[in-house]
Design a protein around this ligand. Structure first.
Ligand SMILES: NC(=O)c1ccc[n+]([C@@H]2O[C@H](COP(=O)([O-])OP(=O)(O)OC[C@H]3O[C@@H](n4cnc5c(N)ncnc54)[C@H](OP(=O)(O)O)[C@@H]3O)[C@@H](O)[C@H]2O)c1
Length: 173
């Protein structure tokens, strides 16, 4: 990724581990000092660890929010966090990375999935992403350059046995 040449607000979901943490660490190296990274997840100790790591190694500010549960997205609390974490700051770029997600149940064939299985999976992996994306874009509607990234998968392009929900979710995103 080319260095972002002006102040950037970065929002990453599932920022505490795996791919999300790696993305955060890489972006933290590229952004300008007046930038800020908001780490969304549901495990405060690992989020705090990521925050400490990136702020110690880079000239970037960061804050985390541990109430980001995709199965039960609290948009009111998330909006409060987004607003208070950026109060008094101005950014020229917004980068939003939707990374949080699960593969889901890989042992049940598509023909045996229930309505509840499908609804629960899509709520966690698809609907919550749409709701949080719309919220972030509305809270930061004043930032002129906005970049939204959804972490996809080969499964968005090709079918895999027992991954029907994962493939469907990724191909719709
Ligand atoms: N690994 C791969 O080979 C691969 C390939 C293609 C695409 N991807 C995509 O890359 C993204 C990250 O994958 P990964 O391999 O890094 O997975 P991972 O190590 O299992 O991490 C998943 C992340 O999503 C969060 N998460 C899961 N369920 C959640 C929920 N209900 N509410 C809030 N957060 C939740 C996890 O938080 P907790 O720590 O709290 O569980 C964690 O931060 C996913 O979208 C995945 O589909 C991965």
């Amino acid at each position: 990724m080319a260095p972002l040449v002006s102040s950037t607000l970065v929002v990453v979901t599932g920022a505490n581990r795996g791919f999300g943490r790696h993305i955060v660490e890489q972006i933290a190296k590229k952004v300008q000092p007046a930038s800020k990274i908001l780490l969304l997840g549901r495990d405060s100790s690992t989020l705090n660890e990521v925050k400490s790591y990136i702020t110690a190694k880079n000239s970037v500010d960061a804050e985390y929010y541990s109430g980001y549960e995709c199965a039960n997205l609290d948009t009111v609390a998330l909006e409060k966090f987004l607003t208070s974490a950026t109060e008094g700051s101005a950014f020229e770029n917004l980068v939003v990375v939707h990374n949080a997600g699960t593969v889901g149940d890989v042992s049940t064939p598509a023909s045996e999935l229930s309505l509840e299985d499908a609804q629960t999976y899509m709520s966690i992996n698809f609907s919550s992403m749409i709701a949080s994306n719309n919220l972030v874009l509305s809270v930061f509607g004043n930032i002129s350059h906005r970049f939204v990234v959804h972490i996809s998968s080969l499964c968005a392009l090709a079918p895999f046995k027992a991954l029907s929900l994962y493939c469907s979710g990724k191909s719709h995103s």
